[in-house]
Design a protein around this ligand. Structure first.
Ligand code: ZN
Length: 220
């Protein structure tokens, strides 16, 4: 025992558990590097996950990769900081890539039918959801004038803010999905120029809303 304690084995594949940033599951078990990097699920689920649940999840991730390569991602959104969204408008699927989803190598693919809820927050304030008909109000979502006023008031201070996009999905691993979009106000409104990710964020949100409300989608 002691220094030469027997090596810990991965409860899912039996591989050797070593290295940094490994994923922990229920019962304080730790996954090997290879299994860890394929996991993409809600943190709460991970905390209580059994090895059997993880094995099913890994099979599902393989199917996800197959879906991702079989579909045609004709619509791509890449201007929103930290977020990438692709859409197959014909087959009715979308994918999301974001650091919080741990899905960079294998983007999460969902069908339009799986999407059942959408909410958009500016900091803690809800500015839009799928129950509100009509266009996502850009001015209120971005508070363009108050943002501008903040910059003028605190000229020497960097100001940061964030949007939070919440999606409800009929999916066993991501029933609730939260994406945080950090940005600095100066880049959005200020001296460093207008980056215009807000327009694309608006388009993406409008798309989710139309999908849920079964309204015709305008992708641009
Ligand atoms: Zn493993």
């Amino acid at each position: 025992m002691g220094l030469f304690a027997k090596k810990e084995l991965c409860p899912v594949c039996g591989g050797e558990v070593k290295g940094l940033f490994l994923t922990k599951i229920g019962d304080k078990k730790t996954l090997c590097k290879n299994c860890s990097k394929q996991i993409s699920m809600n943190k709460g689920l991970l905390k209580t996950a059994t090895p059997e649940f993880i094995q099913e999840h890994l099979d599902d991730r393989k199917k996800n990769a197959e879906k991702y390569s079989a579909l045609r991602w004709d619509v791509l959104y890449t201007d929103v900081p930290g977020l990438k969204v692709g859409v197959d408008p014909v087959a009715g699927f979308f994918y999301l890539v974001h650091d919080d989803l741990h899905d960079n190598d294998n983007p999460l693919v969902f069908s339009f039918e799986q999407l059942t809820g959408y909410e958009l927050y500016r900091s803690t304030k809800k500015v839009d959801d799928a129950d509100t008909p009509g266009a996502t109000a850009l001015e209120s979502a971005l508070s363009a004038l108050s943002g501008m006023a903040n910059i003028i008031k605190n000229d020497n201070e960097m100001k940061y803010d964030y949007f939070k996009l919440k999606l409800t999905i009929s999916d066993p691993y991501w029933p609730q999905l939260e994406i945080k979009i950090d940005f600095d106000l100066d880049k959005l409104y200020g001296r460093n120029g207008y980056i215009a990710f807000d327009r694309q964020l608006n388009t993406i949100c409008q798309m989710f809303k139309h999908i849920i409300r079964k309204e015709p989608v305008n992708y641009y």
